[in-house]
Design a protein. Sequence first.
Length: 577
Amino acid sequence: MLLHTAHLAHFLDISSLSIPTLCTDLSRVGLEVEGTHPFNLPEKVVVAKVLSKDKHPNAEKLSVCQVDSGQGVLQIVCGAKNVAAGQFVALALEGAYLSDCNLHIKPSTLRGVESFGMLCSTTELGLPKLEEGILVLDSSINAHQPLKLGAPLKDLPFFAGTLLDIGLTPNRGDCASVLGVAREIAALYGLSLNTPHTPPPQSTPPLKLAQSAQHLALAYAKLHATSLDLPLEIRLSLALQNALSQDPLDNLLAYATYLSGVILNAYPSTPLEIKEDNLGFVKVYSQGVELSSIALNPPKDKGQRNLIEASFLDPTYTATRLSQHATKHASSLTQRTTRGSEPQVLLGFGVLQEVLQTLNALALEIESLYSKLEPQKVAFSLGDIERLLGLTLDTRQVKGILENLGFSVQVQAEHFSVQVPLFRHDIANIADIAEEVLRFIGIENVPPVLLPLNEPTSHNPHYTRYSFERTLATKALSLGFKEVVHYLFAKKEQLEKLGYPTLQDPLDLQNPINSDLNTLRTSLIPGLLQAVVQNKNLGFKSVALFELGSVYSADREESQSLAFIASGLKNPPLPPP
């Protein structure tokens, strides 16, 4: 967000704060100031007044103007079409240097007529382009005080301010307006926050909404104005935000939204019908024709409009609906809605009314309000916050921080009952509350504590046994033994013949594979003996084998066993004589 410090005056007084200190403190509490941009207008550019305008005798596109610089009247040859007598203008005097167009101002002769300065456009001063021609000044950039001839342009209140480039995290949509940042500054320094008061109307708009329409707030007002001649401060502010359009009413509403955070739209003054569609989106209709999707798609009709709508849609509800239904919406408006706009919609009308008062003879008549928004409540104890932060805190300290941030707080014996302000869409549980407290205490004030290293044992008895067995097997292999693997089954008669125990009859196999594998083995030896015989029959005279595997007791209890067998001549035979 690009915030002009001069606009903070709408809500609080920061005259006692230095910009570097303000930037540091905002970054500390989570509103990271990524850059500061002073206007740095050129020296020797002053407020002047055009006294007269005459045609140039030798050039159709040039005019010869007599301009009062505050120190005398200068003759200026100007090629701008919009120059006119009676205008307050930005005059670059002799010796001025306009860096953006690399131009040194000095006396010159243009088509035979002398010129002693230059009337500047916005782009020549390093400002955004507003219109073709020169920059025409008014009192709006001088805090609505009369302009003084000869005053340096760079010293006027609007240009003496600084643009702060604030990087907002996605959850802090409440700070995407001047009012939102002003709330944070007021909490930081204990300043008084001034918000306009607007009495609520008695009526409600014609709504056809589901019972659960607690995600919506709406208000409507009539704008009584014949024409809108917006002052320079509004047009220049929007141009700095890349939000200036050709429509004066759109510009007026965009400026009020920039200040208040409330989404404002305008409609023709015709009967409106507001209802939810089958996807859960709230839409405005007139005589059966869809005009807009509230807080998502602005009205398309740019004709005569004097019915102003202030709206809010719960960002969580909106994001969920948008993810469930692939519908097309205006990206810029949808982004603001899903990140969280200002839910106190009447604040938008209050700010708009204050702006209209500076335009003279314009009025706003509030007609209706609809809102079923309910603030969320979170209960916790002081100990809960202390355990989360690792700090020892004071009840009054926690209560003061939350109240400065707009929370409604009740405390009984270190137990808190907190009502979250409607504009804080990101607060849902005690962890969020703890984060708010930590922001203003300062993470640098949290004492470092070593983390407990109670790592659970990674010992696995089964793997340890397996590793031990494979170590034995590796050693046996290195000594020349070959590993064999047999079935778990054996022939019961053979076990009995060799004198090995057998399973008790009730525990024996009830459905053996065949008569040679009719029980579970109780020893590895019979299998190894059989393997030696088979190898002898194949012509091997010396055989060394081992087996690792399961055996069973007479009670059919399984255990692991290791057996070795070696067969062959103890000593090699003597060679024949």
